[in-house]
Ligand binder design. Structure first.
Ligand SMILES: *[C@@H]1O[C@H](CO)[C@@H](O)[C@H](O)[C@H]1NC(C)=O
Ligand SMILES: *[C@@H]1O[C@H](CO)[C@@H](O)[C@H](O)[C@H]1NC(C)=O
Ligand SMILES: *[C@@H]1O[C@H](CO)[C@@H](O)[C@H](O)[C@H]1NC(C)=O
Length: 281
């Protein structure tokens, strides 16, 4: 019993010795720890340090920087036992859009732990990249009607956050036929009408959103639509060929009538002669 206690004490003592610490930290620290963010969805990625054994796992912690209290590193749910190549979803962990955060990653095996590698500072609101909302475009005569939808794949909390960030919409409108174009900036609304366009013509619209405190927005792909149903060449052909057929039929009918009347006239002229021949055989 005494021997066991001695062993335990010895172990604890050695555990605090500096050379044990160095041994424990001999696992290479993760590299390229970075946070990327799109539409307020945040993700941490990292690479294992060179020479990391394949059975190594990784754990993630975050720090919310405050001026008031001493800030503490805290672990992130779902990111305490990652494998190489996995990413950590920080969307829930970074829940205050105006706060400054850092994240750090540590490699570990059953017997070793690496040093922590710390990310750059990250502020959700200003560092996220704002993608364009979903849109449907339709013609309304001499105008285009755009119906915008904030991406709805995320939970309601993030959906609402995103909607509140938007300030303005920047449109780039181009007429397909000749490339004539103009720019339009309007306050953010779910329904936008672009007016004074040419009817029956196709336009392509690309747009992006601007937000307060954020300058990282990306443009949408072009969305093209006709202002009103175009009079296609093919339908013109149909009209003209039908007209042609009717004309031809008309001429044929007139021809038949004329020919028919001539025939009956001839017959009438012949008839009395034959009759008279019969009378005087
Ligand atoms: C871990 O950090 C300590 C001090 O910060 C440093 O001396 C040591 O070399 C680091 N170990 C590794 C494996 O990077
Ligand atoms: C990791 O970071 C280093 C230096 O910071 C860089 O040269 C390298 O391209 C990065 N690797 C990847 C896969 O991003
Ligand atoms: C990250 O977490 C958020 C909030 O829980 C969720 O809406 C989103 O789909 C997650 N993203 C990924 C890539 O799993």
């Amino acid at each position: 019993m005494m021997g066991l206690w001695m062993l335990l004490l010895l172990h604890l003592h050695l555990g605090n010795a500096p050379w044990i610490k160095v041994l424990c930290a001999s696992l290479p620290a993760p590299s390229n720890v970075s946070i990327s963010s799109f539409n307020m969805e945040h993700k941490l990625s990292f690479l294992p340090g060179p020479g990391t054994p394949s059975n190594t796992h990784f754990t993630v912690e975050i720090l919310k920087q405050t001026h008031l209290r001493k800030s503490l590193w805290r672990s992130v749910t779902g990111c305490s036992e990652l494998t190489a190549g996995q990413t950590c979803n920080l969307t829930r962990a970074f829940k205050y859009p105006f706060s400054q955060y850092r994240a750090r990653v540590q490699a570990f095996t059953s017997i070793q732990r690496s040093n922590w590698t710390v990310s750059e500072q990250f502020q959700p609101l200003s560092d996220t990249v704002l993608g364009p909302p979903d849109v449907s475009v339709s013609g309304c005569g001499n105008c285009l009607l755009l119906q915008l939808r904030v991406p709805t794949t995320r939970g309601l909390q993030y959906h609402q956050q995103l909607r509140d960030l938007y300030r303005e919409l920047v449109f780039h409108v181009q007429r397909t036929r000749d490339g004539a174009q103009f720019r339009l900036i309007v306050p953010y609304k779910e329904e936008i009408m672009i007016t004074y366009l040419q009817p029956g013509v196709e336009y392509c619209v690309t747009f992006s959103v601007t937000a307060l405190f954020n300058t990282n927005s990306v443009s949408s792909k072009p969305h093209c639509a006709f202002t009103s149903p175009p009079l296609h060449r093919s339908s013109l052909y149909v009209v003209f060929s039908l007209l042609g057929v009717f004309c031809a039929l008309g001429f044929l009918l007139i021809g038949l009538i004329v020919y028919g009347s001539q025939l009956s006239f001839k017959l009438l002229r012949h008839l009395p002669r034959t009759l008279s021949k019969r009378e005087h055989p």
